[in-house]
Design a protein. Structure first.
Length: 69
């Protein structure tokens, strides 16, 4: 399956989280996982966090989040 993903804010019950949302070829969501906000350096972490902040300007999704431990 070839698809895309992006960061989105997802509301799961009473919690809001930045997540990676994966879409299939038809645009349907097939997975939602919490974003791993980490980096190899403070600079790369800052860059990743700034990039992920863009999802705050998109609509909020309601969904069930898959917690990967």
């Amino acid at each position: 399956m070839m698809g895309t993903w992006c960061h989105r804010v997802v509301r799961d019950k009473d919690k809001y989280r930045v997540c990676e949302v994966f879409y299939d070829d038809k645009g349907g969501i097939y997975d939602i996982i919490p974003a791993d906000l980490s980096g190899e350096s403070i600079e790369s972490l800052r860059e990743y966090c700034q990039w992920a902040l863009g999802c705050l300007d998109k609509g909020i999704l309601d969904g069930e989040i898959t917690d990967i431990k």
